[in-house]
Write a protein of this length. Sequence first.
Lengths: 314, 346
Amino acid sequence: MMKGLGGYLLKRVFYMLATLWLIITITFFLMKLLPASPFTNLDKLSKTQVEILYSQYGLDKPVAVQYLIYMRGFAKGDFGVSFQFKNQPVADLLSERVGPSLQLGLQAILFGTLVGIVLGALAAMWQNTWVDALATIVAILGRSIPNFIFAVILQYVFGLRLGILPIAMWKDFSYTILPTLALSMSPMADAARFIRTEMVEVNNSDYIELARAKGMNRFEIALRHGLRNSLIPLITLLGPMAVGLMTGSLVIENIFAVPGIGEQFVKSITTSDYPTIMAVTVLYSAMLVVVILVVDLLYGIVDPRIRVAGEGDK
Amino acid sequence: MGNILEVRDLQISFDTYAGRVRAIRGVGFDLRQGETLAIVGESGSGKSVTSRAIMRLLANNANIDGGHIYFKGDDLLAKSERQMQGVRGKEISMIFQDPMTSLDPTMNIGNQVEESYRKHFRSGKGEASARALELLELVGIPDAKRRMKQYPHQFSGGQRQRIVIANALICDPDILIADEPTTALDVTIQAQILDLMKDIQKKVSTSIIFITHDLGVVANVADRVAVMYAGKIVEIGLTDEIFYDPRHPYTWGLLCSMPTLAASGDRLYSIPGSPPNMLTPPTGDAFHPRNPYALAIDAQEEPPVFRISDTHQVSSWLLDPRAGKVEPPGEIRRRQEWFAAHRAAG
């Protein structure tokens, strides 16, 4: 049994590394195809000055050689030095900023899906009643209104009007509440819609009928049988949703002045800060492949039918 | 033996987009302590609806228009949903047709079997587990202790139906309603499950309502048989009375359409026509459009109930003294003669 799971994990990790390598390579060469240069005011410098600059950063060598040098550094955990912030190693630059983004993303996905699941479950339990209608309206609003609109509304209501939460900046937990709320709207809406549909279907299944015939009430049925069976398909949705939140929060980070990674990414591209572009890409892809692995493992926990072969058949 | 359940003049209709469907039109029967009553009929005859009405598990669009279901003296139809939750699973439990979908795929079978025991007796995990193990052994799950930790997909169809039965019996209910429990199983497994049910009934003396469309199954398990047609019981009697002295032309049709060894080689009889549309049930005796023995009055007036014996009642105009003598089909005559001789011989 352990051998089955261990072997499976080993295989998965190998595929993850292969995926990462592919992404790094493709990104590296695509990036070099960009016509822009990392140096502004090139026209004001003399030819020798430009050549010195290029050789100083190793940009005078052929692209293939640059790639090999980058990969050698990468293997040693050296992501290079940022072009934009002089003498700042990219690794340090990102590690300062990855925290807030990760925290925001995780908080938003946890809060959003939890509330969404409850909302969807309630809607399904009282299908075609006012509860259902209300949950549907909330889901539609959450899905169709962009999160930066929510952000502004939240800032106005809680920050300006009620004055109970900080409008922006990043200091303690209270500073994370509003951006988390703004970010969690769309996962909440997605989860609510999804769980409702799933649970309505599950509620028509024979095992729910059997649970009723055992004398269980609505809540017991929903908690013990309904939710678990409805969650399985949601997990599929959860992976891409989580990555989207952890990486796509650029606008929210800007509105709330969160020192996150999203802002850094955009800046690095506009300034052709090659090492930063590479590092952020690697970081995002690493998150993605890890999340996908976690989702696959979660499946096995929720649904005994898709546990790794060998388990349970001892 | 006393009656554990008395159904009186039950009337149930369903609201559909096409209109109101009168699914049950005055069903009444008794269920005695410890007996097996089979309810037999074609699809749409109302047998499943009757059983669901006893559990009060009807669909949302169902209306109970009248009647009473007395269980140990209390009218189940007058109970609140909360009170019914205390009855379901504990005093009356039910098993369903398809064991492949009757179990929650995400919960191990030990937990599923224990579930209603823990709920109804507010017992701890240990006690419920011990009881579940006892039941799983009773229904013949080999190596039950270990297999309690397994999930439904790790069991075969026949084993799953055994588990469903264990589910239903864990609280030692007074009544077990089995809604076509063998229909989805293949024939050899069917026989095993039927044997199991008979066996268990001897041990725990539960009364069973056995819903089926398969008369062959009925002959094996039932003490009494009720034949339903178009939302009514048209004939009810002891199993022998139904099989060897049937009086209703619909029962004749059902029996003649059963394959027998004696009639092998012949073309199997089938009742002409199809079950009536209950949106607009036929006037009079609902069976008359398909009845080769129909009288003129069958189209006009519903037949009263005629008592053949204390246990045998039939609702058909053929039994009215004013109706001429009708010869039943050959197969039925053979049965009646054999039975008469058998009875004379003691």
